[in-house]
Design a protein around this ligand. Structure first.
Ligand SMILES: Cc1cc2nc3c(=O)[nH]c(=O)nc-3n(C[C@H](O)[C@H](O)[C@H](O)COP(=O)(O)O)c2cc1C
Length: 206
C-alpha cells in the first residue's frame, strides 16, 4: 500500500509541535514503504566520521527503529560495533523538509528479524551478499561477484554461503530534528525521547 504524505502548503500547518511530530512520523513511514520517496535512501553516518547511502527497509513507529540491510564484511560494521552511535539524514527536496535522526545501531546476525528479511528478499537481492565483500581491492573494475553469476539469478543452493554475510542494521532512534524551509520563514523543531519513551519537543531557531 502506498503511503502518501503531501508537501506542506503553509507553515501554519506546523503551529503545534504535535503536528510536526505527526508529519515527521508519516514521512518516515512513507520513506520505508515507497521506493519513490526522496527519503527512501538516507545517508547513514557512523562514529568513524563516515557516511553512506542506504535503502531504508522498514520504520517501526512504535519501537522507533529503522531497519537497513548490510554485508557483515562491510567496513561500516566494525565502527558500529565499537561505538554504536549513528545519525541518519533525510531530505525531501519537493517538500523542503530535512529530518536528522540520531540513535544507536546494532548489527543483527542470525536474528529472527534477519532471517525474515533474508527470506523475503529475491535471489537477485541476495546475490549482493555473494562474492567479495565491500571494499576488497581489485586490479580491474569488478562487481566482486563470481563470473558465472554476472547477470544471472543465483539458485537457492548457490546462495547458501551468502546468508553468512547478511545482517540487519537496526537503528533505535532517540533524537529527531525536523526543518521545514518556508519562504515566509523556516521552521525547526527537535524531539528527544525521555526514559518513559515519550517524545518531548521544542522549537528552535533554524
Ligand atoms: C542508492 C544506494 C543504495 C544503497 N543501499 C545500500 C544498502 O541498503 N545497504 C548497504 O550496505 N549499502 C548500500 N549501498 C552502498 C553503500 O552506500 C556503501 O557503498 C556500502 O555499503 C559500503 O559502505 P561501507 O564501506 O561504509 O561499509 C547503497 C548505495 C546506493 C548508491
Amino acid at each position: 500500500m502506498l503511503f502518501v504524505v503531501a508537501p506542506p502548503t503553509s507553515r501554519r500547518m506546523f503551529d503545534q509541535l504535535d503536528d510536526v511530530h505527526v508529519d515527521l512520523t508519516n514521512r518516515l513511514i512513507r520513506a520505508a514503504r515507497d521506493r519513490r520517496s526522496p527519503m527512501h535512501t538516507p545517508a547513514v553516518v557512523t562514529s568513524d566520521v563516515d557516511a553512506r547511502t542506504m535503502v531504508l527497509r522498514e520504520f517501526d513507529s512504535q519501537a522507533w527503529t529503522l531497519r537497513f540491510h548490510t554485508d557483515t564484511r562491510a567496513p561500516k560494521v566494525a565502527p558500529i560495533e565499537a561505538d554504536p552511535r549513528v545519525a541518519v539524514l533525510f531530505y525531501d527536496k519537493g517538500a523542503k523538509i530535512q529530518i536528522r535522526a540520531r540513535g544507536t545501531a546494532a548489527i543483527l546476525r542470525d536474528a529472527e528479524v534477519t532471517r525474515s528479511a533474508w527470506e523475503n528478499g529475491s535471489n537477485f537481492a541476495r546475490r549482493c551478499y555473494m562474492g567479495d565483500g565491500p571494499g576488497v581491492a581489485a586490479d580491474t573494475p569488478t562487481s566482486g561477484l563470481p563470473e558465472e553469476l554476472e547477470g544471472t539469478e543465483p539458485t537457492d543452493e548457490q546462495l547458501q554461503p551468502a546468508w553468512e554475510n547478511f545482517a540487519v542494521l537496526l537503528v533505535t532512534l532517540r533524537e529527531l530534528d525536523w526543518l521545514y524551509l518556508a519562504h515566509t520563514g523556516h521552521v525547526r523543531a527537535q524531539f528527544a525521547q525521555g526514559d518513559s519513551g515519550a517524545w518531548e519537543g521544542r522549537w528552535v531557531s533554524p
